[in-house]
Design a protein around this ligand. Structure first.
Ligand code: AMP
Ligand code: MG
Length: 313
């Protein structure tokens, strides 16, 4: 899985005894972990456990790996087969489908045929043929993903379907890291995967974690801001440097499943709430939706808050 998200840089928290920081490249981004552990040996061991978990999740969710679970499921599309899936996959699909239903399909895990087409368009700097967009679009619909809860099996009903977890997997991985941290008894920690960040309790010597992000000043200009966070997940999405400039128009890597086109409005969204998985998926969905539909969606997720910034450059 390759993501090139707009990256939130982190303002260093003042070091105190046991603050430890680790990095791990995966899922097309750089995972960053800051934790406060009893000693450096324990801290290192926990970080290793987190990174092993992230690697395992990548092997499940990456559509760039030929033998990933997600690609094995996609290969069964249209065959009528029901595929038994891992618990991780089951849970990720469950959240995806919830966001799809609530966003009226703005978020769609079956976006694969379109994202494949647009990835090629980016590589070749060439707008896809309209016929190709149409064909790909016909294979994209979250309703074509059927779930069988008793057996934890999945059936993809349409031939040529392709699942792409790019809009949700990093958030999922961040939440999984927090499960490990909790079990290990670490309460003060930060896990960042590009634009998907979650923090636990504040560092021992601080009231909150300080994170550099973007906001608007009184004149409505985009400026750097500092966010103070604790026990919260924040995901940003949109206005990355992944886009296609074609005949004066800019098409993002976030695709509107209804048009089959990369979205064109220039903005980024910041979603905050208790969990990264949901924040990640919602942030992607929000970029597809128009302002009035965003409000409707956010009302359905009352523990999550949204800020949207239009880019002018
Ligand atoms: P994010 O950076 O979290 O907004 O995710 C963007 C990635 O999600 C893209 O690179 C695609 O892999 C995937 N994606 C694009 N459009 C959608 C969509 N409408 N629904 C779900 N996933 C999408
Ligand atoms: Mg997302």
């Amino acid at each position: 899985m390759r993501f090139f998200c707009w990256f939130l840089s982190l303002i260093p928290v003042l070091a105190c005894g046991q603050r430890q920081e680790f990095f791990h490249p995966q899922m097309g981004t750089l995972f960053q972990v800051i934790l406060y552990a009893e000693d450096t040996v324990q801290g290192k061991a926990i970080a290793q456990e987190l990174f092993d978990r992230i690697d395992t999740l990548n092997a499940i969710f990456s559509d760039y790996l030929e033998n990933s679970e997600i690609n094995r499921i996609s290969a069964s599309a249209g065959t009528g087969q029901k595929i038994k899936v891992s618990t991780e996959m089951w849970r990720l699909i469950a959240v995806s489908q919830r966001v799809s239903r609530k966003s009226d399909g703005a978020f769609d895990l079956s976006i694969g045929p379109l994202s494949k087409l647009w990835r090629r368009a980016f590589r070749q700097t060439q707008f896809p043929a309209l016929a190709e967009i149409k064909t790909a679009k016909e294979k994209v619909n979250y309703r074509f993903i059927q779930r069988y809860p008793l057996t934890k099996k999945i059936r993809l009903t349409k031939a040529g379907m392709r699942l792409d977890a790019g809009g949700i997997a990093k958030g999922f991985a961040v939440d999984e890291c927090f499960k490990i941290l909790r079990k290990a008894g670490v309460s003060s920690a930060l896990v960042a995967a590009g634009g998907d960040i979650r923090v636990g309790a504040a560092p021992p010597d601080k009231a909150a974690w300080t994170i550099a992000s973007k906001g608007l000043n009184e004149k409505g200009e985009t400026v750097d801001v500092e966010l103070s966070l604790k026990r919260e997940a924040v995901s940003t999405s949109g206005d990355t440097y992944r886009f296609l400039d074609w005949e004066g128009q800019r098409y993002s890597h976030i695709i509107d499943p209804r048009t089959g086109l990369g979205i064109q409005h220039r903005q980024f969204s910041r979603l905050a709430g208790p969990r990264s998985t949901l924040a990640d998926a919602l942030a992607t969905a929000i970029n597809v939706l128009k302002a009035e539909d965003r409000k409707i969606l956010m009302k359905k997720f009352s523990r999550y808050t949204l800020e949207v910034y239009e880019s002018k450059d």
